[in-house]
Write a protein that binds this ligand. Structure first.
Ligand SMILES: NC(=O)c1ccc[n+]([C@@H]2O[C@H](COP(=O)([O-])OP(=O)(O)OC[C@H]3O[C@@H](n4cnc5c(N)ncnc54)[C@H](O)[C@@H]3O)[C@@H](O)[C@H]2O)c1
Ligand SMILES: [Zn+2]
Length: 361
């Protein structure tokens, strides 16, 4: 088992461990001291409960109980937050209680949000169970829900007490969800480390051995930790990890109106291709590099286009994004593979041109 430490420099005293290893979820009480908490509320979804928590009595303390939400992005809403708050209250949770989020990014986002607002904030631990949440969503302290059909419109910054990454739980993850995690992994390479980009796109996701996969999870946790550790709130360095997300989030939200919703990793892959085009149109990225980027996503099994999008509606969604400042659309762009540039203001015309590209591909 490996233990990483995330240090939040703005708040010198805040640091928390990330435990990474096989079968460690079931050893949670030996990794984290849960004896000091009055109640332990586990937040999970239906699928994860069935797969991982059937024998939870054997590894969770007596004073714990489980809150089960529906699965998937549609559960990331205010009604489910209310459900968590209600169950916390009805089960007698007080300021000395703790929440443990066991699930994918939806659960770590919503469970973290409910914990950080209940009684003005109680502590929480993340135990991410999808690849995407292990390498990205569970780290960094962003919590939140979707509101008014805009992704993550309401949320808080609140750091978990610890993160427990049990790599053996990935065995049951459907292939599409596993590949989705590579969307964020490839992003980590694109924004900061060319060698890492080349390595993680050198094989198809399923061709990496278990040992190599654990190495990738550790490296991505370190990279994400280095961005958010420097800068907990949406300051400068942290904006780097938004690459692909301005357009990606708009596509993700709109796809929920169709019968073929995108996963988060799929949406940001298309978003990264579109934002790479913006990088080319603004003379930051070379034309030939976009080919390498697209091949990387295709090789991983991730989409690079989105047919029949209503470009104007995507633009409307983008305008509602909280990354906008004073009406201007703020992008993180690439100035080469492994090099990013934040705070790039882009006109609607260039955004529309990039959307046309991903509509055509
Ligand atoms: N806070 C952040 O910094 C951050 C970063 C990236 C993404 N996110 C958010 O994360 C969410 C996406 O996360 P996700 O891709 O994990 O989605 P998810 O939580 O919906 O999980 C995907 C599916 O996998 C199932 N599942 C979970 N663990 C499983 C397992 N071990 N075996 C089998 N099935 C399992 C879930 O029930 C769900 O159906 C999005 O809402 C996105 O906005 C947040
Ligand atoms: Zn993301």
């Amino acid at each position: 088992m490996k233990k990483l430490l995330i240090n939040i420099k703005e708040q010198k005293q805040v640091s928390y461990p990330i435990f990474i290893g096989e079968d460690i979820l079931f050893k949670i009480t030996s990794l984290c001291d849960l004896s000091k908490y009055s109640k332990i509320a586990v937040v999970t979804d239906k699928v994860v409960e069935k797969l991982l928590l059937k024998n939870s009595r054997q590894f969770l303390p007596e004073n714990s109980f489980i809150i089960v939400l529906p699965y998937g992005e549609r559960a990331k809403n205010i009604d489910c937050v209310e459900e968590i708050w209600r169950e916390l209250f009805e089960n007698g949770c007080d300021r000395k209680s703790i929440v443990i989020n066991i699930g994918g990014g939806v659960i770590t986002d919503i469970g973290g949000f409910a914990a950080s607002t209940y009684m003005r904030g109680i502590p929480f631990i993340n135990a991410p169970t999808t690849l995407l949440s292990q390498v990205d969503a569970s780290i960094g302290g962003k919590t939140g829900i979707n509101f008014n059909e805009i992704k993550n419109l309401v949320g808080t910054f609140d750091q978990p007490k610890a993160i427990i990454i049990d790599t053996s739980v990935l065995k049951t993850l459907p292939e599409r969800e596993f590949v989705s995690g590579f969307g964020e992994i490839i992003k980590h390479g694109l924004i900061s480390d060319k060698n890492y980009f080349e390595y993680v796109t050198s094989k198809k996701p399923y061709e990496f051995t278990q040992e190599e996969l654990v190495g990738i999870i550790e490296k991505s946790c370190e990279l994400k930790g280095s961005f958010v550790g420097e800068d907990e709130k949406e300051g400068e360095l942290r904006k780097t990890i938004n690459f692909g997300h301005t357009i990606g989030h708009a596509l993700e939200s709109l796809s929920f109106e169709t019968d073929k919703p995108l996963t988060h990793g799929e949406a940001i892959s298309i978003g990264m291709v579109a934002e790479s085009y913006i990088s080319v149109f603004t003379n930051l990225l070379k034309e030939n590099e976009i080919g390498i980027i697209k091949n990387g996503f295709v090789h991983a099994g991730l989409p690079i286009s989105y047919k029949n999008i209503d470009e104007k509606r995507v633009l409307e969604k983008i305008k509602g994004d909280k990354k906008n400042e004073r009406g201007l659309t703020n992008f993180t762009l690439l100035r080469g593979i492994g090099k990013s540039l934040i705070n790039q203001k882009v006109s609607s015309k260039i955004i529309l041109d990039a959307l046309k590209k991903i509509n055509e591909l």
